[in-house]
Design a protein around this ligand. Sequence first.
Ligand SMILES: Nc1ncnc2c1ncn2[C@@H]1O[C@H](COP(=O)(O)OP(=O)(O)OP(=O)(O)O)[C@@H](O)[C@H]1O
Length: 418
Amino acid sequence: MAIIEVNHLTKEYQLGHLTSLKETALNTLRRLTFRPTREREKFKALDDVNFHIEEGEVIGIIGHNGAGKSTLLKHLANISKPTKGEVIVRGSVAPLIEVGAGVNPELTGRENIFLNGAILGIPKRIIKQKLDEIIEFSELEQFIDTPVKRYSSGMTVKLGFSIATSMEADILIVDEVLAVGDLAFQRKCFDRMEELIKRQGKTVLLVSHNIRQIQRLCNRVILLDHGKIGMEGDPKRVCDNFYEQNDIKIKNNIDQTQTRTIGSGEIELVGLYFLDTSDQKVENLTYNQNCSIHFKIRVLEKLDEVTFGFGFHTTDFLYLTTHNSEEQLKINNLPPGEHVISCKIKKLPLMPGIYTIRFGITSGQAARTVYYGESLKHFQIVGSVPITIRDGFFALDALWIQENNKVTDAKVNSTVQA
Ligand SMILES: Nc1ncnc2c1ncn2[C@@H]1O[C@H](COP(=O)(O)OP(=O)(O)OP(=O)(O)O)[C@@H](O)[C@H]1O
């Protein structure tokens, strides 16, 4: 029997509900003055959502901002009530769904550990046994007897995460919390999640915008799209589909895409384009194409010992390559004015998809950064790839060989001769 059943789950909100205090006051005034109250429009944050989860499954929930992911988790954690439909949960739930969820701000860290254990029906004796481990994992030894309302949001998350993952509830529900807290703690959380999932076979529901993390941890992914299930199933298939949708959105809104640049003001990038082998400008490239990338720069103040570097990254800022000019091109004296620097690329081995470019310029012996930009230009790699390549970002120019082939053949021959 499924550990979680979601049947025809619908959640309606009234638009503007979040600012309802002012609206309520206005409506009261309208009623007093016998004027008709304004009907507020309703919208469905979740719209007839159906799925089952079996024990031990690790489900990732992805989708655009406002798709309904958090709303769904709140229903699974029994924090929200459906407008229509039902959620059946056959087990205890440790929810980690917002900063401070399940944590009482008036109580100390230690008291919260006992409170949470009690809510999950864990005997005090067992909680006492786990106490040291929970405190140690949370890295809050010094503050464990301080009321949680004095904690920073990162500290609150650390406590919440340690409690939720130590209490051995049947189902762990995690919303994006791994993105809070310092990097080292995030890594620790990720490792613990992986351990819970792989070694202990826990049922886990995970919401994240970190699609790569979802793809790595989950065995099934649900893609929510405007409150409905847009797609569901194999993580790679669903995540790839989500990337494609995103990439198309980005490509259609390229002008609105935020490029990120920093600079000293001595130099600026005024043009960036690819040329094919006939020196024609090209917007899209085919897989394995010979091409060159050109950077048109305007130097405002004379610079010395100038080196360049560029790289490709995905639209979600996964850095794929860098190529520095240090060994090939170092300009000792770059006078004010416009200059074009280019880099020839032999057989660009990027797999079909949408990528973007970063570019940096340094000057002087200490390699001071005078310009750095990311997401500077989106481009698409099109065309088909050899069937040897299934996924990833790069195609290796590689060949499989059975090295002991000759030895085996020789043996076979000698056997035959004998
Ligand atoms: N209490 C509420 N009252 C009114 N509208 C709400 C309420 N809570 C959520 N919503 C709306 O419901 C929709 C779904 O919100 P939800 O937080 O579930 O999205 P999400 O997929 O988690 O988004 P994000 O990725 O931005 O966190 C949004 O349009 C949001 O504004």
